[in-house]
Design a protein around this ligand. Structure first.
Ligand code: UDP
Length: 485
């Protein structure tokens, strides 16, 4: 017991969105929030996940909940505790829902006992906090087991699943069989794509909400070219003159990048004018970092001496991802096996994560400096790194998997790889964007427009508020209408 950690959230005003959404949208959201507050005074909207740092869920929760607090909604964020065994099982579930074998370990009664024992400990802590009438949003398989206990406490339960597969296979069946007893008891299940909702769920309880990025966060705020260069030089990603490394923290206070990156490379860092092909991701097999390296190796000689940056968090940083250190080791081994010349153009970059906003500002600078952003995932829930690159008007080459196809129309907002394992096709697409800069810039500009229209506004907040409002109106666990995208 005592494993639960509450993440501190500062309220943020949504007023700053007026330049993006216009005043009317802000006013409508304020009215919706006022209704929710009035109808259920004292209600807390709990969000429960399994890591405060690293990965898309943590990335979205912080701003979403900060803006909710700014709207007067008592939104809270708690992180459950786990054990290596628990997180190995939940990572296995994560891979299974993506239709992948993962480490191939069983998901049977023994695993269920381990999973439920940890869930029980966390439930005891949560039950001391959650009151009847509260809403609890449980994120991903790590927290699904909490549904029953919290329901019994009189809370409305929303299970938010950020992953999934468009097709069904033996692995998805295995994963859903494990989760079925929990998720079928949730009042509402939210998915990023309609196709991810398994058949075992009542369609009336399924809602689709697309992910979202905060355009004002340290990750996505505008940085001037001097600061971009200053940050990259300081952390050790490129060579050059020292420059400013400042950014604005979400509470409006000044921030500065002080820590450096931990880089595995051969020889010196690239120069500021070296075109960089960049993939930013957790160190995860499904992000295929080794495939990116091998695909990059197939680039022809006409690519202006481009270098590849594989960027991820410090490998021990992501609490609920036990594979990070192993995958990074495998990437290093594959890197060392490259011929000398190929190796001199590849950089493996681990970013400091102690200060989340400093980490975000470094990612921001790296994405802005990239000549081409790639996301060669084998599977992807949604792919926030793609959204982030779109917002920064970057030319993108990404796999046509999962939520990436909801973001990019091939040849319009970026280039899609029909088969993520097709390295020659990957190399051709990257080469095209490196060599045909007007085309690459046109794709980037279209991507920026698309991100602005769809992925940076207040839509996500409105949609969550609507789910909760339906619950309030029903005076009981709601039956949300199924909605397609
Ligand atoms: N990310 C980060 N620092 C890193 C690596 C990744 O902040 O060193 C962020 C990245 O910018 C994105 C998120 O982690 O916001 C990854 O989300 P995505 O949906 O792409 O993939 P997930 O990790 O959820 O599978």
């Amino acid at each position: 017991m005592g494993t639960l950690v509450e993440v501190e959230l500062r309220p943020e005003s949504v007023e700053r969105f007026s330049t993006i959404t216009g005043r009317d949208a802000i006013q409508a959201l304020q009215e919706l929030s006022a209704r929710i507050r009035a109808e259920a005074p004292g209600r807390i909207v709990w969000n429960v996940n399994s890591t405060a740092v690293g990965g898309g869920v943590a990335e979205m929760l912080r701003p979403l909940l900060s803006y909710a607090r700014g709207l007067g909604i008592d939104a809270r964020w708690v992180v459950i505790g786990g054990s290596p065994e628990f997180f190995r099982i939940t990572k296995r579930l994560h891979n299974a829902l993506h239709g992948e074998l993962g480490d191939g370990s069983p998901l049977g009664d023994a695993e269920r006992r381990i999973y439920e024992a940890k869930i029980h400990e966390n439930a005891q802590d949560l039950l001391a906090l959650v009151r009847p009438g509260d809403a609890v949003i449980l994120h991903d398989p790590q927290t699904a087991g909490l549904v029953h206990g919290l329901h019994a406490a009189g809370a409305m339960i929303i299970w938010r699943c950020h992953i999934g597969a468009d097709d069904r296979n033996e692995q998805t069946a295995l994963g859903w069989r494990f989760l079925e007893p929990y998720v079928t008891a949730a009042d509402v299940c939210v998915f990023s794509r309609a196709a991810y909702a398994p058949e075992l769920l009542d369609p009336d309880r399924v809602v689709v909400i697309q992910p979202w990025i905060d355009p004002f966060s340290a990750k996505n705020q505008d940085l001037d070219p001097d600061t971009v260069r200053g940050i990259l030089v300081h952390v050790g990603v490129i060579t050059g003159e020292a420059g400013p490394t400042s950014f604005v923290r979400s509470d409006g206070s000044p921030g500065r990048v002080d820590r450096c990156a931990d880089v595995v490379r051969l020889g010196p860092p690239p120069r500021a004018d070296t075109p960089l092909v960049v993939q930013v991701s957790r160190w995860d097999d499904l992000k295929d970092p080794i495939g990116v390296m091998h695909g990059f190796g197939e680039l022809g000689p006409a690519t202006c001496g481009a270098h590849l940056l594989l960027v991820g968090p410090n490998v021990h940083a992501v609490a609920d991802d036990p594979d990070g250190a192993r995958v990074f080791e495998e990437v290093v081994t594959a890197f060392r096996a490259l011929p000398h010349h190929a190796r001199s153009m590849v950089h493996l970059v681990c970013l400091p994560t102690r200060d989340v906003e400093e980490n975000a500002a470094i990612v921001n600078a790296i994405q802005r400096h990239a000549a081409v952003v790639v996301q060669k995932s084998l599977r992807e829930g949604f792919g926030l790194t793609v959204t982030e690159a779109m917002w920064k008007a970057r030319p993108i080459v990404a796999s046509a998997v999962g939520g990436i196809v909801d973001q990019i129309d091939d040849g319009v907002h970026g280039l899609l790889l029909r088969d993520p394992r097709d390295h020659p096709a990957f190399a051709r697409a990257v080469e095209r964007l490196l060599c045909d800069r007007p085309f690459a810039e046109a794709l980037g500009a279209a991507a920026r427009r698309r991100a602005r229209e769809r992925f940076v506004g207040l839509r996500s907040l409105v949609e969550y508020a609507a789910v909760i409002e339906r619950g309030v109106a029903a005076g009981a666990p709601p039956r949300a209408a199924a909605r397609d995208q």
